[in-house]
Design a protein around this ligand. Sequence first.
Ligand SMILES: [Zn+2]
Length: 386
Amino acid sequence: MRAAGPRALIAVPKGAKTLDVHGTWVLPGLIDAHIHLSTAAEARDAVRAGVTSARSGSTNFYQDIAVRELARQVPAQAPRLKAAGVFVTPDLGDTVLADPDLTPLARLRDGARSAEALRRVVEVNLALGADVVKTRVNERAGLPDQDPLTQVYSREQLSEVVAAARRGGKGVLCHSYSEKGCHDAVTAGVLSLEHGAFVGERTLHEMRRRGTYFTPTLTAIAGLAESPDPVLAERGRTYLPVLKRAVVAAHELGVELAAGTDSSGGKVLPVGREVELMREAGLPAALRDPHGHDRRGAAARRGTHRRPARTRVRRADLIVVDGDPLADVSVLKTPVRVVRAGLAVDPAGSPGTTAECRFSLPRPHHRRSAHEAVPEFFRRTVPGAA
Ligand SMILES: [Zn+2]
């Protein structure tokens, strides 16, 4: 992007492809702050839903690290991504096969719970290039035989995860539901609470004080309410109003909110749905920034809606919607056009590919193994490991 403003004040370069978006609204690309992108199809569908940037909520086999690279190689096929690597959870299941450096964890009868084991999972993630670390304090809501109010990690265990992530300069996202779980996660120093349905006022105050932010994933909880499983449907119906109240309380107390859908398993839900649910919960259409200024008003006062905004040349991520999003946020669910890194993506049509250009395969990445990064680590710390 070189400039933005009225046509009379902007020189359109010769030969530039133009999109006629007369009568529509042009907005910056949307960000899904909690999404599981495990396949190329999911990555592509996210872009078509207007998500030009995203933060991963983890993948089982480091697919998100590759999706991040896919976004660099072929931007029209994937959002620019903050990758989380694998989930830091007691029961890794098949994820012990995601990297040879994780296989020693299969020896642990009780799963990844010790300080050493928690550090190991975080360090393998960081060695493979994760941008953030995803862990949990509570069980899952989406499985009928689990109770999301049951705590799986203590504050001390979460502190180990946070400390290991911080050594690599990274923050931690924490899957949470119960108030005690939320409080333990926040006081352990996580970067953001994910879901957080039962977060209480004392924890919200603490979040405000520490700058912890809140990704409620209302979309996921609303989805549970429509589950064919009666336990999950009941859980969704009970949790959704509680979570909506938490979202409003968080906003009123000055906690920053992020929109995330928690999409996974092949179905990408539009992040516009999350915005719609936040609006339904009672958030204003135009959020104020933390200093209390109406962003739209400030822009108008500065006159940036009239003068072309000169900027360093950047590859533009934009969406085009068919109506005023301040009057009806639901238009965000179905962008009519998406521009990803300066390339127009057809939301309904052919897979986005870049214009043909001279192409050579980059050399494969070499990575340091976690063993090299942490010499002799596991032999020393796992009891019974010879
Ligand atoms: Zn998730």
